[in-house]
Design a protein around this ligand. Structure first.
Ligand code: ADP
Ligand code: MG
Length: 435
């Protein structure tokens, strides 16, 4: 037995059998790579890596020190980097093209009070292309099912033999600039104007792109004129998207504007059950309830957790119990927070309020800059581990009293102003959805 395994045997005596079997037993010591100062263990997946890193590295290091009289650095890493690369590729292909995702169907979409209106609108459009609500504009927060719903309609149209174009504003922009550069605007127009249905995702990114808006406007007019169905999504109501031409804004509201709200508990439970069914994961009722209660709104996050649980049960061939679920969630939350930086936060806030991130950190005193700065400070305080002096330094404020003053102000506002509270919640959701 090598020293690395020996240490694990000692550790075995100090922990419960189930913990040993689940985690420690998975570790493989790398004899070749390890030195007197640095020892390497491999784990089969990221979950076990995190688990052991958070709970056992110190212990293992201590045991080494006792045994060898030498202070060692313990490294826990993933066993097989090739596997990791493979899975990444699959994900990229899935998100990289603009084809419709067949699992984004109406039957896979769980309906509850929060999304009933949007669902009914999209469903009705899918049964009466170009005839009922044209355009249909769906808006709502990150990960609430806008793309899913839009593509569900797209799938129905496609199955009816219609030519469907699904694109995001970003892809539309890329296509547009490429066509301008290659002198192939004819072809660009031909493509977008000769479809039966146009689905455009994430309209908020049209903001401030004047040239693109101009082209977009003409595409819209041409399609609408011929009674072709158009569906848009955005993260906010057309009225709230700044830097949008008035004529576009008004056209977005011509048909029907429908919102999606964060799901209530029952809807979350229904969604989790559906995802389990699709992914063939079996979870007990108490686990489903637990996940639904802990995750506040973003459905994408629910999926992340399920796939983690799924990967774990597959790789280790064990059942998922409540205790394990709790730990996975705790790890996920901690990880999320660790990964969040003040840069990321100011970037999201700046984008949302249509100013530059650098302005938030500048000495600018104009009203909207001060507003954005205060919000950023508050959210940084909530979501990161930075101290008041660190915040003061980052935001160019005099000292920590200026920071605590700002935070008090925002807290007061949240108490007095429901709209403001909603705004902060929205931003916080957006930021946590990024990690
Ligand atoms: P958005 O476009 O609003 O950011 P998505 O449509 O990409 O959100 O949804 C994120 C994930 O959550 C998708 O995988 C989607 O299938 C799932 N999802 C969201 N809402 C529902 C729902 N009501 N029922 C089933 N799955 C949902
Ligand atoms: Mg989307």
């Amino acid at each position: 037995m090598n020293i690395g395994q020996e240490i694990l045997e000692i550790l075995k005596e100090e922990i419960t059998e189930s913990e040993y079997n689940r985690y420690i037993k998975q570790l493989v010591f790398d004899v070749k790579k390890s030195t007197a100062d640095e020892v390497y263990y491999y784990a089969p997946n990221a979950l076990v890596v995190n688990w052991i890193k958070n709970r056992y590295t110190e212990k293992i290091a201590h045991l080494f020190e006792v045994k060898t009289n030498n202070k060692v650095n313990v490294k826990i890493t993933l066993k097989n980097l090739v596997d990791k690369r493979k899975t990444k590729k699959i994900v990229e292909v899935k998100h990289g093209n603009s084809l419709l995702n067949p699992s984004h169907s109406f039957s896979n979409f769980m309906v509850g009070g929060s999304n009933q209106f949007a669902y009914a609108a999209v469903k009705s459009v899918s049964e009466n292309a170009g005839k009922v609500y044209n355009p249909l504009f769906i808006y709502g927060g990150v990960g609430l099912g806008k793309t899913h719903l839009m593509q569900a309609a797209g799938n129905v149209f496609q199955n009816d033999g219609k030519v469907v174009i699904y694109t995001t504003v970003e892809q539309f922009l890329n296509d547009f600039t490429r066509s301008l550069r290659n002198n192939s605007m004819e072809r660009f127009r031909e493509k977008y104007r000769h479809c039966d249905v146009l689905l455009i995702d994430d309209i908020q990114f049209l903001s401030k792109k004047e040239l693109l808006q101009e082209e977009f406007f003409h595409t819209f007019e041409a399609l609408k004129g011929e009674g072709k169905q158009i569906i848009f999504t955005a993260d906010k109501h057309p009225k709230k998207i700044a830097g949008l031409e008035a004529r576009l804004q008004s056209r977005f509201e011509w048909g029907l504007v429908a919102d999606i709200q964060p799901p209530e508990l029952e809807t979350k439970i229904a969604i989790i059950n559906k995802k389990c069914e699709i992914n063939k994961v079996v979870l007990s009722k108490d686990i489903v309830n637990y996940i639904a209660t802990v995750i506040d709104s973003n459905v994408r996050e629910i999926e992340g957790i399920l796939s983690k649980l799924h990967a774990y049960s597959q790789l280790m061939n064990v059942d998922i119990d409540l205790e394990f679920t709790k730990n996975v969630l705790k790890d996920q939350m901690a990880e999320k927070r660790e990964n969040l930086t003040m840069d990321m936060i100011t970037e999201v806030v700046a984008k949302d309020l249509n100013i530059k991130p650098s302005e938030i950190r500048s000495k600018g005193r104009s009203k909207n800059i001060v507003y954005a700065r205060r919000i950023s400070i508050y959210i940084c305080r909530e979501l990161t581990q930075n101290t008041m002096p660190q915040l003061a330094q980052y935001f160019g404020m005099k000292d920590h009293t200026a920071i605590s003053h700002t935070i008090k102000k925002i807290n007061d506002l949240i108490k007095d102003d429901e709209d403001f509270k909603v705004k902060i919640d929205e931003l916080t959701n957006k930021i946590t959805a990024q990690t």
